[in-house]
Write a protein that binds this ligand. Structure first.
Ligand code: UDX
Length: 447
């Protein structure tokens, strides 16, 4: 919304949320204090805020005044009832739709921005048309393909913008009005329009294909470790095939983030509800592989430290699910930590952008042990050298650039020997570290 406001000064954009603290943070005088860390975002907000970009808690007023409403609420995986652990919880979507229906007094275009299971638009339409005041709603699907850490860049220069809508004349008119907004800065040939179901399904599918690539290369990383093949070399060799392409082939400790797992589980659930067992199993394997990769990484640490990590200090470099974001949702670090804590390790975490409250909240959410025990076993440090001091091992969980430039000799001096490094992102110069004296373990190479 900030980018739309920046690019279209004549359009008034109001972002509303019930959460007063969050809105207050978005309105913070110092734009560096906005709640999301994303390179370039503060600058965009600074330019548009107060001009044609507003953050407010007056939800009803904003609905009343808007011609176009983007629904951008979260759709977490259900933690209860039917479809628990797989289906998307559409509670917030429904509440939003009911609120819009209650307040709207004139025709509106309602845009699904949240990633939703295919056919959600029909639920929205049902609620809007049966509880509204006889006003006309057009529903569009406009899924977001930006990736965190590069969000602003991705929004300024998207590979494509996808807009799905009704095939009726009114539907086409609604699609056109959204196309006109993006066309201010996105070349028209990159704005794809489809029917609404294709648009909804494409978002889930794009994430499933991307996650599948990571799981595919991660599956091979394990084979590489046993065969003396090197996964980086394999990735380069296959990535130069133009049909395969070089991107998204970095072996890692496992993918995280708010989308991949949730969206694939969603796809799996939908396939199962249609009785498509093979389709569901096929996609589910992407998740199974990813869980395996996270567990395997933790197990490798345990095995290398002579099969016990009890009371040993293990330093985590990184907690976010990828670099350049403070987002930790589904981060591999959480699961690796949980596994090591189960073996009673002591963990000290350093992440350049993640707060200690967030780290503890992530662990407590798993409910594996009491929150007191989590605080006892795991410490969050604000200095990486402090985090590594006295450690038996360092594990790199996020690919932050700054990790590469640390004074690794100084870190080595402070550690217990043998000093182990487990590079879950293959970002460090393993040869250089070995020359210092470290024992280095990487993903997808035999050590
Ligand atoms: C993803 C999609 O890329 C984006 O289009 C969609 O809108 C939202 O979901 P995001 O979750 O922000 O974006 O991050 P992404 O860059 O896709 O990375 C997801 C995870 O995969 C991260 O944990 C990342 O570290 C991991 N990954 C990615 C790898 O392990 N190896 C790779 O080669 C690429």
């Amino acid at each position: 919304m900030a980018v739309i406001a920046k690019q279209c000064p004549d359009i008034s954009v109001t972002v509303v949320d019930l959460n007063e603290a969050r809105i207050a943070a978005w309105n913070d005088e110092d734009v560096n204090n906005i709640p999301v860390y994303e390179p370039g975002l503060s600058k965009v907000v600074a330019e548009a805020r107060g001009r044609n970009l507003f953050f407010s808690t007056e939800v009803e007023k904003a609905i009343d005044e808007a011609q176009m409403i983007f629904i951008s609420v979260n759709t977490p995986t259900k933690t209860y009832g039917a479809g628990k652990g797989q289906a998307a919880d559409l509670k917030w979507i429904e509440l939003c739709a009911r609120q819009i229906a209650r307040i709207a007094k004139d025709d509106k275009i309602v845009v699904e921005k949240s990633t939703l299971p295919v056919r959600t638009a029909s639920t929205l339409r049902d609620i809007l048309t049966h509880t509204g005041h006889g006003v006309n709603f057009q529903i569009l699907s406009n899924p977001e393909f930006l990736a965190e850490g590069t969000a602003v860049e991705d929004l300024f220069e998207p590979d494509r913008v996808l807009i799905g809508g009704d095939e009726s004349p009114e539907g086409k008119e609604a699609i056109d009005s959204l196309v006109e907004i993006y066309a201010r800065w996105v070349p028209r040939e990159r704005i794809l329009t489809t029917n609404i179901w294709s648009s909804e399904l494409s978002k889930l599918t794009a994430n499933a294909f991307l996650a599948q690539r990571v799981s595919s290369i991660n599956a091979l990383s394990e084979l590489c470790e046993f065969t003396e093949a090197n996964v980086n070399e394999v990735a380069r060799a296959i990535g130069t095939d133009s049909r395969i392409g070089p991107k998204f082939l970095k072996a890692s400790v496992g993918f995280g983030g708010s989308c991949f797992q949730k969206d694939i589980l969603n796809l799996v659930y939908i396939a199962r509800t249609y009785g498509l067992t093979e389709v569901a199993d096929y996609w589910e394997q992407v998740i199974i592989m990813n869980d395996h990769q996270k567990r395997r990484f933790a197990n490798k640490i345990i095995k290398t430290l002579y099969n016990t990590v009890n009371s040993k200090k293990i330093a985590f470099l990184g907690w976010a699910f990828k670099k350049d974001t403070n987002d930790t949702r589904e981060s591999a670090a959480i699961y690796v930590a949980d596994h090591l804590l189960y073996e009673q390790a002591n963990i000290s975490v350093y992440d350049p952008k993640v707060t200690d409250q967030q780290v503890y909240a992530d662990l407590d959410y798993l409910a594996t042990r009491s929150s007191d025990t989590n605080k006892q076993l795991l410490k969050v440090e604000t200095d990486p050298y402090e985090a590594c001091k006295g450690a038996h091992a360092i594990a790199v969980l996020t690919e932050w650039d700054e990790f590469k430039t640390y004074d690794w000799e100084r870190i080595y001096e402070g550690m217990l020997k043998p000093a182990n490094v487990f590079d879950g992102r293959n970002i460090l110069d393993a040869e250089k570290l070995r020359a210092i004296g470290f024992k280095v373990n990487t993903i997808g190479t035999s050590s």
